[in-house]
Design a protein around this ligand. Structure first.
Ligand code: TYD
Length: 138
């Protein structure tokens, strides 16, 4: 199973004396059609989110306020990202495991994703992840 690597993407931003306006205008910015948007907020200090991968869902995460860290487990190893600005996001393709942690006070994680909610799309164990990488859509 080919898994594309997670990577940072800059969000086009219009800046003037009144502040910044960042625009995610569909496929001009991210390589999938957005089907769903959700927000993670009010995360208590020390709590972690994520802890799974997805079989088909692609995701784009933006720290629209505050900051948090993301650890990605993908076939070529672990990658670490700090998200702390509203004009940049992290593309997490299907097949990449994500852990979100180190949320700052007031952090908001905005999540744009390529599918509607489907509990069956989750990969929740490392064994299942390894099988997915080797064998595809198990
Ligand atoms: P989960 O995807 O595990 O959150 P995260 O990975 O961001 O920590 O989802 C947490 C709970 O919310 C779980 O019970 C499923 C539910 N949920 C929905 O009902 N709809 C959704 O669109 C999402 C993302 C989660």
């Amino acid at each position: 199973m080919e898994v594309n690597p997670a990577r940072l993407i800059n969000i086009p931003t219009i800046t003037d004396v009144r502040g910044n306006l960042s625009v995610i205008d569909g496929l001009d910015c991210i390589p999938f059609t957005i089907k769903r948007v959700y927000f993670i907020h009010n995360v208590p200090g020390g709590e972690e989110r994520g802890g799974h991968a997805h079989k088909t869902m692609d995701q784009f995460l933006v720290a629209t306020s505050g900051s948090f860290d993301v650890r990605i487990n993908q076939p070529n190893g672990l990658s670490y990202f700090t998200l702390n600005r509203a004009d940049q996001g992290l593309l997490i393709p299907s097949g990449c495991w994500r852990d979100l942690y180190n949320f700052s006070s007031g952090a908001v994680c905005t999540s744009l994703v390529s599918t509607h909610y489907d509990p069956g799309d989750y990969i929740r164990s490392v064994d299942e992840l390894n099988a997915f990488w080797i064998g595809g859509n198990n």
